[in-house]
Design a protein around this ligand. Structure first.
Ligand code: F6P
Length: 323
């Protein structure tokens, strides 16, 4: 393999730039050329493909977002779009791809390989940490720390005004962001999609705390929770506990930005090198990841279809620590 392409796709996450840098530097180290594909699959279809050199990856390791831009592409979901993407790669002589993204990105890469035989090795790039095949994803640590910083600040107000705050965090269908936010932020309750938490349970827990002279509370709500969004949950609880003063904060996209933490820069750097070396070893349709501190490659099909389970002990921990 003499020439590869690298792109970021799906939601951006802090550390993507560190991963791009690692892909560029590892390619140069191994004597292959590297092209940056802008705006993910969308740019691949349109031919937004540019040669990168060592200098293109200078001074980006500490930056949030992605210098290659990102997008969710409707065009690539169609056979015509993928044909155009393949033709673009052919024109640029690109023989392999490094995809930095999540399960949607890897689903696309799998289909593309079946149709056109272009091998892709993936780096887990999402704040959600919902990918099977790695203990942590690039951007997760930063997102959790950003959320925790906000939760600490909200606690000051909750405490000063005797309030109950419902704080909604991201994570799509997963509670991976919510759990450390609840434990690290000292929350009384965490609501995640993986387990059912009834409104009755929330009301009872808050009432019990109130009767024990607790005057402020934090409830962390994962955005995908079955009980509803933070506004809906807060309204139902407030109806049952009219003497309490409920407020809602939705942290939103603030969790996706910012300079990556040391842990994310380390992970991103390892993943970028592992992707390039994986391609050179002849890997295809696999995601690099770290499990128990060891580098592993997991077939895309597993990262897409298998669930990464939340350790139930963490939920127990929230209960114990909020007594
Ligand atoms: O996958 C990352 C993520 O931030 C999720 O946590 C969230 O549900 C989603 O992306 C939001 O996507 P968008 O930026 O397209 O609104």
């Amino acid at each position: 393999m003499k020439r590869i392409g690298v792109f970021t796709s799906g939601g951006d996450s802090p550390g993507m730039n560190a991963c791009i840098r690692a892909v560029v530097r590892a390619s140069i180290y191994h004597g292959i050329e590297v092209y940056g594909i802008h705006r993910g699959y969308k740019g691949m279809v349109k031919g937004e493909i540019y040669k990168m050199d060592s200098h293109s990856a200078s001074n980006i390791i500490q930056k949030g977002g992605t210098i290659l831009r990102s997008a969710r592409s409707k065009e690539f979901m169609t056979p015509e779009g993928r044909k155009q993407a393949y033709e673009q790669l052919q024109q640029h002589g690109i023989e392999g791809l490094v995809a930095i993204g999540g399960d949607g990105t890897f689903t696309g890469a799998n289909i593309f390989y079946e149709e056109y035989g272009i091998p892709t090795v993936g780096a887990p790039g999402t704040i959600d940490n919902d990918l099977y095949g790695t203990d942590f994803t690039i951007g997760y640590d930063t997102a959790v720390n950003t959320a925790l910083d906000a939760i600490d600040k909200i606690r000051d107000t909750a405490d000063s005004h005797d309030r109950v705050f419902f704080i909604e965090v991201m994570g799509r269908d997963s509670g991976y962001i919510a759990i450390p936010c609840a434990i690290g932020g000292g929350a009384e309750i965490v609501m995640i999609p993986e387990t059912e938490t009834s409104i009755e349970y929330v009301v009872d827990t808050l009432r019990t705390g109130w009767n024990r002279s607790k005057t402020s509370f934090i409830v962390i709500v994962a955005e995908g929770d079955d009980a509803g969004n933070a506004n809906e949950i807060a309204a139902k609880v407030q109806h049952e506990l009219p003497h309490m003063d409920a407020r809602v904060t939705i942290l939103g996209h603030v969790q996706r930005g910012g300079s990556p933490t040391a842990a994310d820069r380390m992970l991103a750097s390892q993943m970028g090198v592992a992707c390039v070396e994986g391609l050179l070893q002849g890997r295809k349709c696999e995601m690099a990841g770290i499990i128990n501190r060891e580098l592993v490659y997991t077939p895309f099909i597993d990262t897409i279809t298998k669930d990464k389970l939340i350790n139930p002990q963490f939920l127990k921990l929230v209960d114990i620590l909020s007594v």
